[in-house]
Design a protein around this ligand. Structure first.
Ligand SMILES: O=P(O)(O)O[C@H]1O[C@H](CO)[C@@H](O)[C@H]1O
Ligand SMILES: O=c1cc[nH]c(=O)[nH]1
Length: 236
């Protein structure tokens, strides 16, 4: 059974755990760099997805696209129609505090958003949704074992990348405690709630709204390997 956005008929070809970067080419990089015995599981709209093995365990990796409507579609189809149990988003984020530097790794304890996604879906009227605690615990243990420092906290899931008021982040940092901004976790966490599945989000700082430092497009695609290795080395 295929869905409108995932062409795969045989759902057994998708692993129970899916790593989900926004960028489909980051998914391709992970498959080519880390996985063995790789098969492509999706190519619809170029939203590349792969299943392979990592240290003998089956794992899938698939792009989500940018923004909540996009990850909302892919993660719902994976949870609801392909029997996926765990989705770990591995994304890039802009820092809201000078305590975070480029390439630092952040794990979302929860995310705050202005988005109406959870309400529209009928899942929650709340503006702050949590990651699945048991997933976060395992991811944090892996990071510790690998010696990779990881900051846990609230993140901001935004509907807008280019805001007219470039200082708005200061209020969001102060009022909601959001350490950094990305654009998908709120919808992913809402879909996990809607389907009774598990979701987490690990991010690499790609730029800073405070210092205006930034990484290149190529680095965002291929160089954020610490978060990939934390997710890949976590047994679920
Ligand atoms: O690097 P990814 O995972 O795409 O994540 C971040 O990058 C994109 C914006 O450049 C948004 O999707 C945001 O959430
Ligand atoms: O959503 C995002 C992702 C990275 N950097 C930002 O400033 N925003």
């Amino acid at each position: 059974m295929a869905t409108p956005h995932i062409e795969l008929q045989d759902k057994s070809l998708i692993a129970k755990t899916v790593l989900m970067p926004g960028d489909p080419l980051r998914a391709k990089f992970i498959a080519e760099t880390y996985l063995k015995d790789v098969v492509q599981i999706n190519g619809v709209r170029n939203m590349l997805g792969y299943t392979g093995t990592y240290k003998g365990r089956r794992i899938s990796v698939m792009g989500s696209g940018m923004g909540m409507p996009s990850i909302g579609i892919y993660s719902y189809e994976l949870f609801k129609f392909y029997d996926v149990e765990n989705i770990i988003r591995i994304g890039s984020a802009g820092a809201y505090t000078d305590k975070l530097n480029l390439y630092d790794v952040v794990i979302a304890k929860n995310c705050w958003s202005e988005s109406s996604y959870a309400k529209t879906m009928g899942v929650s009227g709340r503006k702050k949704l949590s990651a699945t605690k048991k997933l976060n615990t395992k991811l944090k243990n892996t990071a510790k074992r690998l010696g990779i420092p990881m900051t846990e906290g609230t993140i901001h899931s935004s509907d807008v990348f280019y805001r007219i008021n470039g200082d708005e982040y200061k209020d969001i940092y102060e009022k909601h405690g959001a350490l950094c901004v990305e654009m998908e976790s709120f919808a992913l966490f809402a879909n996990a709630l809607a389907t009774g599945k598990n979701a987490a989000c690990i991010l690499t700082i790609s730029d800073s709204l405070v210092t205006h430092e930034a990484t290149s497009a190529e680095e965002r695609q291929n160089a954020f390997t610490k978060m990939m290795e934390i997710a890949l080395n976590t047994k679920l």
